[in-house]
Write a protein that binds this ligand. Structure first.
Ligand code: ADP
Ligand code: MG
Length: 202
């Protein structure tokens, strides 16, 4: 797509602000089973997206997503920076233009597969993938945005009882059980906010 979309600015801005608004919570979740930096990491990345908003909003969707992904790789850091960067960059690369619902679902699937390859992880290991994968499947199944958001909410809550076998939380072994995964929560916030822009999300 060579045209810019007036919704792009609003969606990027609202999404970045939502993550920033939850930075303290994300950091607390990471303090329980990681090193307590996930909120800071995500805030730094999303602030970079806000700082670049004028430039991003002037681009077509695919280019804007790739550029935002690069910002996340450079600014978020930690394990999650390259993974979220890969997610957004691959979304940009895979998105059909102009974007359709089916095209977005296919691009999200490709982007999550790239995240799995990059992090050598699969669902069931108590990571962001435990939210991203079910939400992506719900989208691919044609479920409306509000339902996709609900799937993500339930999937995030379900990470509480999971045993971490990937990432820093895996160092805790059994003690990782009983806490929501911080990356699952940040993914859920992203999905809920974006879904809210495309339909009535409770
Ligand atoms: P770090 O663990 O390096 O401090 P963050 O705190 O920013 O990085 O991010 C932690 C989150 O990253 C975890 O909660 C988890 O969801 C996610 N994560 C870590 N490793 C992986 C991986 N290999 N695949 C998918 N997600 C991962
Ligand atoms: Mg951390």
């Amino acid at each position: 797509m060579s045209d810019t979309d007036p919704r792009l600015r609003d969606i990027f801005e609202t999404t970045a602000q939502a993550v920033i608004a939850h930075a303290d919570e994300l950091t607390e979740l990471d303090a329980a089973i990681g090193d307590g930096d996930h909120g800071h990491n995500m805030k730094r990345g999303m602030q970079a997206v806000l700082d670049e908003l004028d430039t991003l909003a002037a681009k077509p969707w695919d280019e804007a997503l790739k550029a935002a992904g690069m910002q996340l790789v450079m600014k978020v850091g930690g394990a999650s920076g390259p993974l979220y960067g890969t997610l957004f960059m691959t979304l940009g690369k895979s998105l059909d233009t102009p974007p359709t619902r089916e095209g977005v679902a296919a691009a999200l699937k490709a982007a999550i597969e790239a995240v799995m390859a990059r992090g050598k992880a699969t669902p069931g290991q108590k990571t962001m993938l435990d939210v991203l994968v079910p939400a992506s499947e719900a989208l691919a199944a044609g479920r409306p945005p509000a339902e996709v958001a609900e799937v993500a909410r339930e999937a995030c809550a379900a990470t509480k009882d999971m045993l971490a076998t990937k990432g820093r939380a895996s160092f805790l072994g059994e003690r990782s059980i009983g806490h929501i995964d911080p990356g699952a929560r940040s993914s859920q916030i992203l999905i809920e906010t974006i879904a809210g822009k495309f339909g009535d999300v409770k």
